[in-house]
Design a protein around this ligand. Structure first.
Ligand SMILES: NC(=O)c1ccc[n+]([C@@H]2O[C@H](COP(=O)([O-])OP(=O)(O)OC[C@H]3O[C@@H](n4cnc5c(N)ncnc54)[C@H](O)[C@@H]3O)[C@@H](O)[C@H]2O)c1
Length: 278
């Protein structure tokens, strides 16, 4: 398959082989796309450059993975430098994936009502403002027809206890997607969000995904969790020509969990007698 042949883009948010960004970008690479990658900067004292090595281990296997550069989205100069490298290497780009989120574990672990001011600012800065900042920095690099995708979760739409401050971030991220879709629409650039069910990743674990995986098996109409491959395919769909005409959308890939209005088959397990009662 070569759906991405001749296309170039930037992938933000690969940390390791379990990252959603890797599930998506691997597919794009396999479909002929050229990708530039970023990694979280390593601390100067880390001689082993662990962050970089974890990503290069994956990207080194692909000739069309063209560059790997450090990027901390809290640093405007870093963002500017990443876009400059992208311009030098690619000229223009056709896709940009934002697959980044962070909140302090203490804030994720405590009730939302106890969220600290600094923790709120940190989570919003990394998980939300960064999308606005990178879209702005990349705006002159986009080819007409280019697509941006950001990763979100259902906890931005409804209260998912435990997701806490990150739920607030995802609500703001989804609103940002709509406003950015409006701003970039005049350049023929699309901006969408992909709302994935729980997945075992570094960020997923920090957000308490393990309990949610079981819940989705019991409640989602498909009776299972989504796979990395499925999320990869849908992410590639949003970043490629197959989704031309779609912008400002939040597309769910969660086995149908988000559209349930009752616990469904989970209720049958808890209280079979109550099924069908109204
Ligand atoms: N895992 C899930 O269950 C799940 C479900 C829905 C949505 N998401 C979202 O998917 C996205 C990717 O998360 P993931 O689950 O693949 O986990 P992950 O830990 O593999 O990816 C998170 C990425 O954010 C990056 N990051 C954090 N702070 C950064 C900073 N200051 N500058 C630059 N990069 C930074 C990390 O380096 C990492 O690559 C996140 O937005 C997450 O909220 C995850």
């Amino acid at each position: 398959m070569s759906a991405f042949a001749g296309k170039k883009g930037l992938i933000l948010g690969v940390a390791n082989e379990n990252s959603i960004a890797w599930a998506i970008s691997k597919l794009i690479l396999e479909q002929g796309g050229e990708c530039g990658f970023t990694h979280l900067p390593d601390r100067p004292e880390d001689d082993r450059k662990k962050n970089r090595r974890r990503v290069s281990k994956l990207t080194d296997a692909y000739e069309n993975a063209k560059f790997l550069i450090p990027l901390d989205v809290q640093d405007d100069e870093n963002i500017r430098a990443a876009m400059e490298t992208t311009r030098e290497q690619f000229g223009k780009i056709d896709f940009l994936l934002h697959s980044i989120a962070f909140a302090d574990r203490d804030d994720l672990g405590r009730d939302t009502i106890e969220t600290s001011r600094d923790g709120f600012k940190l989570a919003m800065d990394v998980s939300v403002y960064s999308l606005i900042a990178v879209c702005n920095a990349a705006k002159d690099l986009f080819n007409p027809g280019a697509a941006v995708a950001a990763m979100t979760y259902f906890g931005g739409e409804k209260c998912v206890p435990g997701y806490n401050v990150m739920g607030i971030c995802k609500a703001a991220l989804e609103a940002s997607v709509r406003y950015l879709a409006y701003d970039l629409g005049v350049r023929d650039v699309r901006v969408n969000a992909l709302s994935a069910g729980p997945m075992r990743t570094l960020a997923g674990r920090a957000a308490g995904v393990d309990g949610m995986l079981r819940l989705y098996e019991l409640m989602a109409p498909l009776g299972r969790n989504v796979t990395h491959e499925e999320v990869g395919q849908t992410g590639a769909f949003l970043l490629g020509d197959a989704s031309n005409g779609i912008t400002g959308e939040v597309l769910h890939i969660d086995g149908g969990y988000n559209m349930m209005g009752s616990p469904g088959r989970l209720l049958e397990k808890v209280n079979p007698a109550a099924v069908g009662a109204n």
